[in-house]
Structures are given as structure tokens and as C-alpha cells.
Design a protein around this ligand. Structure first.
Ligand code: UD1
Ligand code: UDP
Length: 369
């Protein structure tokens, strides 16, 4: 430690995709005033377009120490390139612990590269399951949990999932770090973001739409079904910040099929938070956006058949409608604001980052003893 009273621990976070920058920024902030921690950040480069990466680094004051620039590709190519690059950094830096987040290919690459070098792995957002193995994320979650030593669970369901798989040691219900992040950045978003004015939606109700799951957006006919069923004269404006994966398929639809939707570029986090807070309804297939809708007490229709976040379904704040037009329209017709408040405590109440920090230091101390 710099003051000479102990040992400084070297922790290395592996990130690569938009939601990971947001979560890792919160943990980095928590580590900042802990003298006993040196925190390095490695960005695989899985997300690289300025509005998917740099804009978050600037806004969240997040500075990766390494950028591997792996870019897009098939699962094996992207994961393999990331593993090779991560391995080199780990061999040079020799961290005491590697932290991985969520369920992307960068998560998997980080966990595998570390465990093979006998470096313990802490998995943030451990224990989540969709029980749908056709989702690339489900495979990433199962493998990452299997090789991680510290399992940070965001919800009681995540803890239960791991227990039912026989994992008991180092399963810790920390809460959801995305809640900590939201609680920290929402007041800043209210002060700084002018997105409502920019989109001219200060006075009128609007809905917020996001879609990026391969099963929903890679095939033109799936995306068309959702977009088409949202065209109704009595629907308010629909704002659709569009993920680059979705943008590729949207190009195949004609402009007349899209004229009832405001398609915009991916948004910076602060703008996104403010839009979520003011939307009268959120339609999404995103894991992060489902939870943010819940934390902000906004009704949400999830355009999937299952969710890793069943806590959000409580009191019908969130409802699963898939991409079937009839069910989406039924969800819209039945839309009400539940009277019960969201159960924020089951997501840790905003204390996840502090809890993770404490647990990681405790784990390293025990290892050294
Ligand atoms: C990835 C994660 C997903 C996560 C999402 C968050 C995997 C398997 N998937 O999905 O779990 O929910 O990130 O947003 O890791 N592209 C760009 N610019 C970029 C990034 C991507 O144009 O900066 C385009 C490329 O055409 C690329 C496509 O988007 O082929 C998909 O990107 P990729 O990183 O493979 O997966 P995501 O759909 O972003
Ligand atoms: N997000 C954002 N801008 C956008 C869309 C999403 O800042 O245009 C944020 C959102 O608020 C949440 C996170 O990105 O914090 C969710 O990321 P995404 O939907 O890409 O991935 P998922 O959570 O499904 O893995």
C-alpha cells in the first residue's frame, strides 16, 4: 500500500460492450478512494463505434488502460482474439484478481484467459439464467460462472439458480450494480441532459423502444413484425435509439414502414436515463433497460419469451410479450401503472459496488493467509 501499512492488491476489470462500461465505471469509482487497491481496466474493443464506446468513456469519466481493438466478428473469432490479447496483458501485469461483467463474449474471454493462468475471477452479474441455450449470452453465463471463484449475484433468483446448480461457496448476493450506477447518475442526467428538448418531447407523452437481441433483429421479418404492429394513430411518439446490429437490418425496411417511429442513433447514458425516466411506456429486449424501467417505476413490455430478471415481473411492472403482434398490442391495451412500488431492496438497494469491493478484499486477504 502507498502509505506502507500493507499490501496493495492489483485488480483488473475486463470490459468490451456498452453495458459493461456503465457497470465497470461504478466499480472503478468505488475503488478510487481505496488506497489498498490498484484497479486496471482492459477494453477488448468488442464495441468500438464512438456512440457505443468513447461517448461512455467521456461521460462516465472512464479510462481503459488497455484497448485490444478486437472489433466485430463471429463468436469464435471475437472471443478467441480477445482471449489472446487478454492473456498477454495478464501475463505482463500479473493481477491478483480479474473482474468480469455480465454475459458477453468479452466476459467469457476474460474469465477463460484468467482461470487458465490460475488468476481468480470475480463474476459481476453471476447466476442469471434464461434457460434458453440458443442465446449466446446463456452459454457465456454458464461457462463464466463455472470457472469463476467469486460469484456476485444481483438478485435472490440468481443466488437460487447457482444453488440449484450445486454452487454454494463464494455465492454472494451483492445486489445489482446497475442500480448503484443509476442512483449515482440520474441526478446528473436531470441536471445535464437536454435530450427531451432536443427531441421536442418535453410536453408530450412518448414511448421508448430498444431492440438488439439477435433472435429479434437479425431477421428482417422478425423486426418488421414488431415495428409494424406499433403503427397506430392513437399511439404516442415512439423513440427508438437504434443499436448498430439492429440498424443493419432496419436498412432493409422501406421508409414508409418506419415513418411512425423516431429512429435515432444510440444514446449516451445520461440521455438514455432521462428518456427512460420520462417515457410513459418502455418496450425492450435489453436486460439493462428492463431493470432501469423497474428502478424508475416505468411500465415495461419485454419483447422476449423469458427474462433473467423475474423480480421485475412483480406487480406487473414488466410483462413478457415476445415479438407476437397480438401479445404486444394486448400488453399496450392493458398498460397501467402498478400501485405497489418496485422492490429495490431485492436489487441490493444501491449498495452493490461497496459490497463487491469488501468481498474481493476479504477474498484476497484469506488467500494470502
Ligand atoms: C453484445 C453482447 C450482448 C449485449 C450487447 C450490449 C455478445 C455475444 N453479445 O451484443 O450480450 O447485450 O453487446 O449492447 O457478446 N457493431 C458496430 N459497432 C460497435 C459494435 C457493434 O457497428 O461498436 C455492429 C457490428 O456490425 C457487429 C454487430 O453490431 O457485428 C453486433 O455486435 P456484437 O458486439 O457482436 O454483439 P452485440 O449485438 O453488440
Ligand atoms: N443504453 C444507453 N444508450 C442506448 C441504449 C442503452 O446508454 O442507446 C444503456 C442502458 O441505459 C443500459 C445499458 O445501456 O444501462 C443496456 O445496454 P444494452 O441494452 O446494450 O445491453 P444489455 O443490457 O441487454 O446487455
Amino acid at each position: 500500500m502507498p502509505d506502507g501499512s500493507g499490501v496493495q492488491r492489483k485488480l483488473l476489470s475486463v470490459v468490451g460492450a456498452r453495458p459493461q462500461f456503465i457497470k465497470a465505471a461504478m466499480l472503478a469509482k468505488t475503488f478510487k478512494d481505496k488506497q489498498e487497491i490498484k484497479h486496471l481496466q482492459l477494453h477488448t474493443g468488442q464495441h468500438y463505434s464512438p456512440d457505443m464506446a468513447q461517448v461512455f468513456f467521456d461521460e462516465l469519466n472512464y479510462r481503459p488502460d488497455f484497448d485490444l481493438g478486437v472489433g466485430s466478428g463471429t463468436h469464435a473469432r471475437q472471443t478467441g482474439d480477445a482471449m489472446i490479447g487478454i492473456e498477454k496483458v495478464l501475463m505482463d501485469e500479473k493481477p491478483d484478481l480479474v473482474i468480469v461483467y455480465g454475459d458477453t463474449n468479452s466476459t467469457l474471454a476474460g474469465a477463460l484467459a484468467a482461470v487458465k493462468l490460475h488468476i481468480p475471477v470475480a463474476h459481476v452479474e453471476s447466476g442469471l439464467r434464461s434457460f434458453n441455450r440458443r442465446m449466446p449470452e446463456e452459454i457465456n453465463r454458464i461457462v463464466t460462472d463455472a470457472v469463476s471463484e467469486i460469484l456476485f449475484c444481483p438478485t435472490p433468483t440468481a443466488v437460487a439458480n447457482l444453488k440449484s446448480e450445486g454452487r454454494i461457496e463464494e455465492v454472494i448476493h451483492t445486489g445489482d450494480i446497475l442500480l448503484d450506477t443509476l442512483q449515482h447518475f440520474l441526478p446528473i442526467a436531470r441536471e445535464k441532459s437536454n435530450i427531451l428538448k432536443k427531441l421536442d418531447i418535453e410536453e408530450e407523452p412518448f414511448w421508448l423502444l430498444t431492440m438488439h437481441r439477435p433472435a429479434n433483429v437479425d431477421e428482417e421479418h422478425c423486426l418488421r413484425r414488431v415495428i409494424k404492429c406499433l403503427a397506430h394513430d392513437n399511439h404516442p411518439r415512439i423513440i427508438f435509439p437504434c443499436h448498430p446490429r439492429t440498424a443493419k437490418t432496419l436498412k432493409k425496411l422501406s421508409s414508409s414502414e418506419l415513418d411512425h417511429i423516431d429512429i435515432i442513433a444510440p444514446l449516451p447514458y445520461l440521455d438514455m436515463l432521462l428518456l427512460e425516466e420520462h417515457a410513459s411506456l418502455i418496450l425492450t429486449d435489453s436486460g439493462g433497460v428492463q431493470r432501469e424501467a423497474y428502478f424508475l417505476s416505468r411500465p415495461c413490455l419485454t419483447l422476449r419469451e423469458e427474462t433473467e430478471w423475474p423480480e421485475t415481473l412483480k406487480d406487473r411492472w414488466n410483462r413478457l410479450v415476445g415479438i407476437d403482434p397480438e401479445r404486444i398490442l394486448e400488453g399496450i391495451r392493458e398498460e397501467t401503472i402498478p400501485t405497489q412500488s418496485p422492490d429495490i431492496e431485492s436489487f441490493g438497494g444501491g449498495r452493490a459496488a461497496e459490497c463487491m469491493c469488501r468481498e474481493m478484499l476479504g477474498f484476497l486477504e484469506n488467500q494470502a493467509a
